[in-house]
Design a protein around this ligand. Structure first.
Ligand SMILES: NC(=O)C1=CN([C@@H]2O[C@H](COP(=O)(O)OP(=O)(O)OC[C@H]3O[C@@H](n4cnc5c(N)ncnc54)[C@H](OP(=O)(O)O)[C@@H]3O)[C@@H](O)[C@H]2O)[C@H](O)CC1
Ligand code: K
Length: 537
């Protein structure tokens, strides 16, 4: 797994490195050399343009320019001011050194001059703005970014594409779209989510010092990005010695007269993820339509009110069914009412592994007055509990205003508020977004995010069904619950990719994802188990 650090923690690692004898000047040299090395590895890069800003990100660029010049490349550095006029001591010194080494400098070019220069470039190094960037991009960098994005040069961004917040992943109006980002010391959350996913290109981490790994871990990384090999312990069992019950039984409680589909999709996804036996319990007036869609899955009708929503009387039947299940999912299509809140509350009080999604989460928000971290006893239990909120649901659960969870960084903070208040190892918050985080009290795990095709109605219901299915199949196993949840997200993401290949990237519907869950999990498992085998290539 690769550690992900908040920007403030990256700065602390920088300070810790200087305490261990690696000066900032040395770090800047190593950063510039790391960027130059990546350029050299692209091959045939004779003409290099370095767009340098005024701070240390620019300093990295001047070091890279000198290193590439030493390798025989034609290097032109574009700077807003003369090298001698750079305000920071370090950037000024490395700039002067690069000039002495023969790098050409173009100061304050017009748009046309810059376009002409970039037209001759094989590669452009983006060193305008790094982690010190804030607000909207000011001149001249807004214009430089436009020229760079319009050019045909390969673009390598140093530390972070200029214009992207490395913390939030939100891009300013002007933001470099890179082919590659060479980031210093550790991954940062903003590179992995939201606009960051579209503008970073391939990400390479340059550790800069042998002490870095240790110092990064000392800073308690805000998250860990998984590699496929990390999932080995999370793989679902594949043995011939099974019958339909030993393969795990899942109870899905969801649906309403108005929204029968969500629960149907969750039940199907649970079956496709490998549970041997799935049951759907749904309000009586949704049961007939559900049964018509679910040939292999029994549907149990439950007491409902005049709106076709569960009443509190449903609790007894639901709890009896839950007792016989290896895992329960509650929420998809449920709606929020006194009755549905009573059912969610009863399930939380049981000793059965539980996944709470969608309206189940909205019931939970209502049961806790929109302040779940203040009522940890409601979710404290001995059996596993996985809650799967998207950003809006997560904001509601922790009492933030609408839009109050707007980045991966916010997702991680809000999820931590919940798991730390709970304090137990049974709870995982799967915070869904353009990057999804699986957060337990132990750690936060980031699975590889899926394609935009997954952002479609019902996709979350499918994930929830898959999650309950995986937990049912691993109920006896001692596996890190955040890792198991991340594995399920990874299979869901890959299913989205397969569905997009089959249907077209904008045409995927949730049922297309369900259709390929089985082949997606086979493929992910093969990659995990045999990373170097034919399936892993
Ligand atoms: N982490 C490490 O170990 C190392 C990182 N290095 C590199 O250093 C940068 C961070 O350097 P820093 O000097 O803190 O900041 P930047 O270079 O990113 O940016 C500061 C300059 O940018 C100006 N700025 C800020 N916002 C804007 C904007 N919206 N529009 C235009 N200009 C902006 C800022 O001007 P102010 O007037 O706001 O002060 C500064 O001039 C990190 O990313 C790495 O690349 C080191 O090499 C050492 C190792
Ligand atoms: K940059």
């Amino acid at each position: 797994m690769q550690p992900v650090l908040n920007i403030d923690d990256v700065k602390r690692v920088e300070v810790a490195l200087t305490r261990e004898g690696v000066s900032v000047s040395e770090l800047m040299h190593r950063a510039g050399l790391a960027a130059a090395q990546e350029v050299l590895e692209l091959g045939e890069m004779d003409n290099v343009v370095v767009l340098a800003g005024m701070g240390n990100n620019g300093g990295d660029g001047w070091v890279a320019a000198e290193a590439l010049r030493a390798q025989g490349a034609n290097v032109t550095v574009v700077s807003p001011v003369e090298p001698d006029a750079l305000p920071g001591d370090l950037p000024r010194q490395v700039a002067q050194s690069a000039v002495r080494a023969g790098a050409s400098v173009l100061v304050g070019p017009s748009r046309d001059e810059l376009d002409d220069l970039l037209a001759t470039a094989d590669v452009a190094l983006d060193c305008m703005l790094g982690t010190g960037f804030h607000g909207e991009v000011r001149a001249p960098f807004d214009i430089w970014i436009e020229c760079l994005n319009a050019s045909t040069a390969r673009v390598v961004s140093v530390d972070v594409p200029s214009g992207l917040s490395a913390q939030t992943g939100l891009a300013a109006e002007a933001c470099v779209v890179a082919d590659m980002t060479v980031t210093m010391l550790a991954l940062k959350p903003g590179l992995l989510t939201d606009d960051g996913r579209d503008v970073c290109g391939a990400i390479v981490v340059a550790p800069l010092a042998e002490q870095t790994d240790r110092l990064v871990v000392d800073e308690d990384p805000v998250a860990w990005r998984t590699d496929l090999a990390d999932y080995l312990e999370a793989l679902l069992p594949r043995t011939s010695a099974v019958d339909k019950f030993s393969r795990g039984s899942v109870l899905v409680v969801g649906g309403s007269r108005r929204y029968p589909g969500a629960a149907i999709m969750a039940a199907l996804a649970a079956a496709r993820m490998g549970a041997g036996y799935v049951t759907l319990a749904t309000p009586a007036s949704a049961a007939a339509v559900a049964q018509a869609h679910l040939l292999e899955i029994p549907v149990v009708p439950l007491p409902e009110d005049a709106d076709g929503t569960l009443t509190a009387d449903a609790r007894d039947v639901v709890c009896k069914l839950a007792e016989r299940s290896s895992a329960v999912l509650v929420g998809p299509g449920l709606r929020v009412s006194g009755g549905t809140c009573a059912v969610v509350s009863a399930l939380l009080g049981m000793d059965v592994p539980l996944v709470v999604d969608a309206d189940g989460l909205n019931c939970l928000a209502r049961l806790t007055n929109g302040a779940l971290p203040q009522y940890p006893e409601i979710i404290r239990r001995s059996a596993p509990l996985v809650i799967t909120p998207h950003r809006g649901e997560l904001a509601r659960l922790v009492g933030r205003p609408a839009g109050g969870v707007s980045s991966l960084s916010d997702q991680l903070d809000a999820a931590r508020d919940i798991v730390w208040a709970d304090g137990g190892s049974e709870l995982v918050v799967v915070g869904k977004g353009t990057a999804t985080c699986c957060v337990s009290v132990e750690r936060a795990v980031l699975p590889k995010p899926g394609p935009a095709a997954l952002a479609t109605a019902g996709s979350g219901d499918v994930l929830a069904g898959m999650m309950a299915s995986a937990i049912a199949q691993r109920s006896e196993a001692d596996v890190d619950p955040a890792l198991l949840a991340a594995y399920v997200c990874e299979v869901h993401a890959y299913a989205g990719t397969l569905a997009a290949e089959r249907r077209g990237s904008r045409a995927v519907m949730a049922s297309d994802i369900i259709d390929v869950v089985g082949v997606a999990s086979d493929a992910v498992d093969a990659h995990v188990a045999y990373p170097d085998g034919p399936a892993g290539e």
